[in-house]
Design a protein around this ligand. Sequence first.
Ligand SMILES: *Cc1c(COP(=O)(O)O)cnc(C)c1O
Length: 507
Amino acid sequence: MSMNSTGRPTSANQQNKVNAAALLPDEPLLFEVGRLDSSGVDLPEVQIDNSFLGGFERQEKLQLHGLSEPETMRHYVRLSRLNISIDASIYPLGSCTMKHNPRLNEQMARLNGFANIHPLQPINTVQGALEMIEQLADWLMKLTNTPAISMSPKAGAHGELCGMMAIKAAHDANGQSERNIVLVPESAHGTNPATAAFLGYQVRSIKANENGTVDVSAVIEAMDENVAAIMLTNPNTCGLFEPDIIKIADAIHDAGAYFYCDGANFNAIMGIVCPGDLGIDAMHINLHKTFSTPHGGGGPGAGPVVLSEALAPFAPVPFIKKGGDNITLVEHVEDSQSLGRLTAFHGQTGMFIRSLSFILSHGIDGIEQVAKDAVLNANYVKVKLEGEFSLPFGNQHTMHEVLFDDSFLAGTGVTTLDFAKAMIDEGFHPMTMYFPLVVQGAMLIEPTESESKYSLDNFCQKMLELAKDAKVGNVERFTNAPMRAPRNRIDETLAARKPILKWVKEE
Ligand SMILES: *Cc1c(COP(=O)(O)O)cnc(C)c1O
């Protein structure tokens, strides 16, 4: 292995050259590892008489795998190594903001007074936890310059549902229930039209212009008395700031509709732009993206929603109220216009602690720096790669993520999918592919502020090598990839249509 002057390998990925199989043994299921006839713990013989079970007592042994503690631990550690994680390598999955999860946050979340409380405890015994939620809510309202917030939504899409339900409730309260259309630009995240449709709205799509952003004139043209709201993602999923967002907000409000802003990409502008100043009525914030709480593989998330003055009365319960020395949790309000309740408890407390820890350890100046570094890193990747990759919307600056299309692969026989699979062999999680749909064979890369120049240089060098290799016709490197992963190409359609979710004991 060659070393540079710092003593580091010239490419961290040369470490991948070791035999992957030795480090990645094929891990059987827990049920297959363990012996079903024994137990990993010593349990006392049951002394009680089974007669009260009315003859329903178990006749066979409980078929649990009898694993020892080290066997159990090894099983899960091995499983954790079968996939790429942010702790192991750069994870440039666009639109997902896979940033480093500071260990300080984990330490805070494990504090006794947070980790070992129960949502049904008397309120006077959990004042600290409520104050923590209140502090985070306050930060989020200040960062967005909005007067109200609901902390309970448990994901971005759940926040969209919350905000759009508030909009629906507001129209109902104003006698405008017949408004049944939601405008959704093509550059919106897929959850936006899904949320609108879920609430029974018809979705009217707004085309992107040649710059990848939304034209005010297209919004005005699509406007009529049946439009309830627009759902606009800003910065949008092409990684671009919507330059006409204020004009769009004005057009929407002039027509009596509301402005839902998808704020999942808030990490690009926080500390710099307040969405409340742009005329938004509701916006969710993905704490699990912007404020570094661990996610991926389906959770956990937290999607608080900030609301404008107009929508504040329709916010869901519960909410936190500070009065004197006490903090109370308001669970019911008589004669209120509240849209009701979205979840059983108060939201994802563990994610709140981690987010507040992230915010307090950065401070307001640090938060602004996070946004600037995220944008700088994306533009650095753009400039490094643009010689070999193709930019769909010309050479404009990008925000926190950079979007390429597949035209640089034309005629090579390599597709966006093949390219993504080849990245796995280089030790990276693939970028987001085929999304957003506005460009052909999209490749969306979001490095986040976590990556150092060294890490980005290493990533870009490998990406350039891959692009050049595709162009000189080394097609097998792509079509056979991944070759250094525990699984090659999986039939994802079959897996989705006919999932095998249950272990059945072989006779
Ligand atoms: C991630 C994301 C969402 C959805 O958030 P979830 O927490 O996955 O439900 C919505 N919009 C945008 C722009 C996103 O990036």
